[in-house]
Design a binder for this molecule. Structure first.
Ligand SMILES: *Cc1c(COP(=O)(O)O)cnc(C)c1O
Length: 397
């Protein structure tokens, strides 16, 4: 792994997780399905590890060769050492929080958090006796420091924010958090392959593999990656206590998706920027919120910390545009599906007006909003579709 870590992402995506002798000469590792593990003797079975921090399989739930290949792949993409695969991205967010928090603790969550992560904090962590304070995702180090209490244990971050795309200054916030003994968790789904969490002060990195790693809108998986043994032991033991297990078939599909993720990400970022740039010049549009677009909010942080990015961004329409007109535009598009999630090969558009739950006063838009995911289609044809859509929007406004 040390040597592989020096290779470029493109080369690692092609090579990591291919376990040589174990695949009988074929290029890809097989799908290892199994619950029962057989042992040569009763004695061997008695002596098998019950901690499962290593890779000696004991029982289906500890994972097998297909899981290990995907764990190596995700750890390599994220620049960490060990990775736990879980059934979906939300399970990754909740596992990371549960690995660190206990009754009586306090945690800080950005006001722009992925909605279901916010619901988990409010409804599950609350029931566990953990309190949550939501903070402005654009808070600076001093603003964040003022919210840290003696019982604060976790700084949770997500950059850019779901729906509103605020970029967080992860290195600055992590420095403050570490000085006060907090553990830093990042939801790095947007930044996959483009933001190295452990080089920027993160302790546990959450990924929804459902998005670009899967890449084909046909699986759900998540992962939490760490870079130290201390965090690995907490993470792994919590995952085993919860009984989190992901299907080896889905792991195999994720590994297959990862092989082409580099080219998909490059192409989708470029296409997304073309579409975002075009939208930013339209009179119906007040702002395009895409961190990789020059002039957009958070662009300076993106330029400093990222080597690429996703094709997911938001549009804030002019205040004179009605939410109903945005609905009419989106309903009229022929190349954009209307649906949640993102990271597949196909383009999506969803109105986001009214979807945002905010309590720290951040993310207020003057006009209605929508979120776009740009797929692998020809960007000129996507732009033509949006151009027709804006005619519908004007007629409906
Ligand atoms: C989609 C998403 C998740 C959740 O992933 P699922 O696999 O859909 O549960 C978590 N965080 C972010 C930022 C996401 O976009």
């Amino acid at each position: 792994m040390t040597d592989a870590a020096k290779l470029s992402l493109a080369t690692r995506l092609a090579h990591v997780g291919r376990t040589g002798g174990r695949q009988h000469g074929f290029v890809n590792p097989p799908v290892h399905r199994g619950s029962t593990m057989l042992y040569p003797s009763s004695e061997d079975r008695r002596n098998s590890s019950t901690e499962a921090f290593d890779r000696r399989p004991m029982y289906g739930i500890t994972g097998g060769a297909t899981h290990h290949a995907l764990e190596d792949m995700v750890a390599s993409i994220e620049g960490g050492t060990r990775c736990q695969i879980v059934p979906n991205g939300l399970a990754a967010a909740s596992l990371a929080l549960l690995a660190v928090l206990k009754n009586g603790d306090h945690c800080l969550l950005p006001d722009s958090s992925y909605g279901p992560t916010r619901s988990f904090a409010d409804n599950f962590l609350g029931r566990m006796g953990v309190t949550t304070t939501y903070y402005d995702p654009e808070a600076d180090a001093d603003g964040l420091a003022a919210l840290i209490r003696p019982e604060t244990r976790v700084l949770y971050t997500e950059s850019p924010g779901s729906q509103t795309f605020e970029m967080q200054d992860i290195p600055a916030l992590s420095r403050v958090a570490h000085a006060r003994g907090l553990t830093v968790i990042l939801d790095n789904t947007w930044g996959i392959g483009a933001f190295q969490p452990f080089a920027h002060g993160v302790d546990l990195s959450v990924q929804a593999l459902t998005k670009y790693v899967g890449g084909h809108s046909d699986i759900m998986l998540g992962a939490v990656t760490v870079a130290t043994d201390e965090h690995w032991e907490k993470l792994r033991s919590t995952a085993m206590l919860l009984g989190y297990f992901a299907s080896p078939d889905d792991c195999w599909l994720a590994l297959r998706g990862a092989r082409t993720m580099g080219v998909r990400l490059d192409r989708q970022l470029q296409s997304g920027l073309k579409v975002a740039e075009w939208l930013s010049h339209r009179p119906e549009v007040a702002r395009v919120l895409h961190p990789a677009l020059p002039g957009a909010p958070g662009h300076a942080i993106w330029k400093r910390d990222y080597t690429g990015g996703a094709s997911l961004f938001a549009v804030e329409f002019a205040p004179k545009i009605s939410a109903a007109a945005v609905d009419a535009m989106i309903d009229s598009l022929s190349l954009f599906g209307i649906g949640s999630s993102w990271g597949g090969f196909e383009s999506l558009a969803v109105p986001t007006t009214g979807d945002m739950r905010r309590t720290a006063g951040s993310g207020k838009f003057a006009g209605p909003s929508a979120r776009f995911h740009i797929g692998l289609e020809d960007p000129a044809e996507l732009i033509a579709d949006l151009d027709r859509g804006l005619e519908v929007l004007r007629a409906a406004n």
